[in-house]
Design a binder for this molecule. Sequence first.
Ligand code: NDP
Ligand code: 8X3
Length: 251
Amino acid sequence: MPIAMITGATSGFGRASARRFTAAGWSLILTGRRTERLEALKQELGKQVDVLIITLDVRDAEAVTDAIASLPSDFRPLKCLVNNAGLALAPEPAQKVNLKDWHTMIDTNVTGLVNVTHAALPLLIDTGVGASIINLGSVAGHWPYPGGHVYGATKAFVEQFSYNLRCDLQGTGVRVTDVAPGLAETEFTLVRTKGDQAASDKLYRGTTPLQAEDIAEQIFYIATLPDHININRLEIMPTRQTWSAFNIDRD
Ligand code: NDP
Ligand code: 8X3
């Protein structure tokens, strides 16, 4: 059975992707910081497929390298890496944010993603034709909005890193995609607002946001496309979300 590694599998897109790949019989390496959630997922999915859980903070380069270097031999022929672990913090304007929050976003969304990619690349290249790296970018990496500051910039990094990776991986058969969702109802806003459930509920109320399963379906689709197809970037918004006009500062 093909093997997928999903970072940030304890919630949202990552957990829904774990369930989607399970439904198709894939073996899974699931990572995240919350061990109890990983154990619950292993309990749920391990009845159907082989599941290896690893408690891992993607910011810790040494731990990431060690975890991937010590994968059991039956989990080493990696077919798909879903670089999903990530977060937004500090929804307020740039001039009001705590510098620590900016660092946390960069450390997770940029450094964490490259840590995992660097460690997993040899396994994906060994698999070669048909392997894929699916990076979770965002509409925020492409379209500016107030309060997007460093979060959007980290996702712009994800987009460009994905394209650049493609260049270097030419000839290996390994594909790279930047998946860029818009408004999606997960724990994302709860994390962004540091636990403000009312703010999270308010953002999603009265509209029809994407659900984690919608994105999981797209991730699975990309991972199972014929070997000769590479989707470079897939931007997905809910039908009820579009862009807005430029803001003009007037006298
Ligand atoms: P969730 O908050 O529901 O899930 C985020 C996941 O990332 C969790 O499993 C969390 O696991 C993991 N994670 C966060 N920090 C770390 C870390 N340092 N080390 C390891 N794992 C970590 O959010 P989503 O599912 O919505 O987000 C998934 C990805 O999609 C993110 O990269 C996000 O930026 C992106 N995205 C989200 C959108 C949305 O509107 N929801 C839209 C566009 C992109 P744990 O806490 O257990 O470590
Ligand atoms: C998450 C989507 O619009 O909050 O990446 O930036 S958005």
